[in-house]
Ligand binder design. Structure first.
Ligand code: ADP
Ligand SMILES: Cc1ncc(COP(=O)(O)OP(=O)(O)O)c(N)n1
Length: 280
């Protein structure tokens, strides 16, 4: 089995829990070779986003070409795009390069409430949806994409996901992370209904910064590994739950923020390496 070559097109989170930093760790956790085209620099930590600095869209295009002119890409994960020009550039590149697997996380607003997409870029982001295989909006993002109210029940989430799937001819990963419920369902949804679903009890955890980034990157990598969307979803969510559960052990975000998940700890433990590395 060859190593999946997975490109993240996303923003940087210097605190390491979300954006390209989370993507590269999630890709590595599933045996992939991670690459990153940076769309924006954020100044953020586990408590919120302080500032955003975006390179010119032409420079994003240069990064994309530098990678695809040289390397065969097995899968792409798209996250924070920031502005309309960058979204357009990514769309043109996707149409030309046609990577075999494309997962689009339509990042708009961080859980902290800070905007990660200019309001004027929503139309450009919508234009990208049909170029993806799977889109992974959270509940507030589903509301923006459908123009409806934020779903409060899982049935409403599925109905909005079906609407997006039908309009843009794409699979939608409906996510229950933002529901006020004791469980956290996720389901892959087409215009005709549910294709695959998973569920589990909601973990009592503060380490949920970057869960959407990590899930979408794991999903893209595992789709290459397994050749199946339902199997990729099952494995990605099982891994994410374990990574959330052990996030607090990182001691990041303990000053009142939402800490990151522990992307790679299970691998280190399985290999008996973390204890040895800490002892050395
Ligand atoms: N407290 C939790 N316990 C278990 N899974 C969670 C929890 N919070 C989020 N998740 C999972 O993290 C993933 C991302 O979900 P969500 O929070 O809806 O998206 P986003 O991070 O994009 O806002 C989903 O698989 C969701 O089920
Ligand atoms: C640079 C960057 N990209 C995306 C996000 C949002 O991360 P996400 O996993 O969707 O969720 P939260 O971290 O907001 O819970 C981000 N914060 N920064």
């Amino acid at each position: 089995m060859s190593v999946p070559r997975v490109l993240s097109i996303a923003g940087s989170d210097p605190s390491g829990g979300a954006g390209i930093q989370a993507d590269l760790k999630a890709i590595a956790a599933h045996g992939g070779y991670g690459m990153a085209v940076v769309t924006a620099l954020t100044a953020q930590n586990t408590q919120g986003v302080r500032a955003v600095h975006a390179p010119p869209a032409d420079f994003v295009a240069q990064q994309l070409d530098a990678v695809s002119d040289d390397i065969d890409i097995d899968a792409v994960k798209i996250g924070m795009l920031g502005g309309a020009r960058t979204a357009d550039v990514v769309g043109v590149w996707l149409e030309r390069v046609r990577p075999p697997v494309v997962v689009l996380d339509p990042v708009m607003i961080a859980t902290s409430g800070d905007r990660l997409l200019e309001p004027t870029a929503e139309a450009a982001l919508r234009d990208l949806l049909s170029l993806a295989d799977v889109v992974t909006p959270n509940i507030p993002e589903l509301a923006v994409l459908t123009g409806g109210p934020e779903a409060v029940t899982w049935e409403q989430v599925i109905a909005q996901a079906r609407e997006v799937a039908a309009v843009h001819d794409v699979l939608v990963l409906a996510k229950g992370g933002h529901l006020l419920a004791s469980d956290t369902p996720d389901a892959l949804v087409s215009a005709h209904g549910e294709v695959a679903g998973v569920n589990g009890p909601r973990l009592v955890a503060t380490s949920t910064h970057g869960t959407g980034c990590s899930l979408s990157s794991a999903l893209a990598t595992l789709r290459v590994v397994t050749g199946s969307w339902p199997e990729a979803l099952r494995r990605a969510t099982t891994w994410l739950r374990a990574a959330i559960a052990r996030g607090e052990s990182l001691r990041v975000g303990s000053r009142g923020g939402h800490g990151p998940v522990d992307h790679l700890g299970m691998l280190w433990d399985a290999a008996g390496l973390r204890a040895r590395a800490l002892e050395a």
